[in-house]
Write a protein that binds this ligand. Structure first.
Ligand code: AMP
Length: 113
């Protein structure tokens, strides 16, 4: 079981901003932007590499939940970035698939320091 499963089960605290039957969203403990929220499916899927065609709807739900959150919080028009790190070279550290939503300031060109 990962840290994120423990958050889903309320075994460790988190700043939860959204939840439905499919997914949960909470603030990243080490934010990389003024807004940094993680969108995590409740079903166990270790990484995007482990996702299969039957997970297509769930992967879409993560992206659409992030977009809806951005609209509700009022930063959709200014813009934001979504990121999914996958496996070692992708920098993944928690092996439950999740999507990062970063916003709240100009984020610079992707990939530049
Ligand atoms: P990744 O490196 O893509 O696997 O992302 C994992 C993210 O989880 C990192 O951005 C961490 O800062 C974040 N994180 C680790 N522990 C916690 C926690 N207890 N609550 C919220 N976010 C966390």
């Amino acid at each position: 079981m990962t840290l994120f499963h423990k958050i889903i089960r309320r075994e460790i605290p988190a700043d939860i901003v959204y939840e439905d039957e499919h997914l949960i969203a909470f603030r990243d403990i080490a934010p990389q932007a003024p807004v940094h929220v993680l969108f995590v499916p409740k079903e166990t899927i270790p990484s995007l590499d482990a996702a299969r065609p039957e997970h297509a709807e769930l992967v879409g739900r993560l992206a659409l939940a992030a977009a809806e959150y951005a609209r509700q919080e009022g930063f959709a028009e200014d813009g934001y970035r979504i990121v999914m790190n996958c496996n070692g070279h992708g920098g993944q550290t928690v092996y439950q698939m999740h999507l990062h939503l970063l916003a709240g300031a100009p984020l610079g060109r992707f990939g530049t320091p």
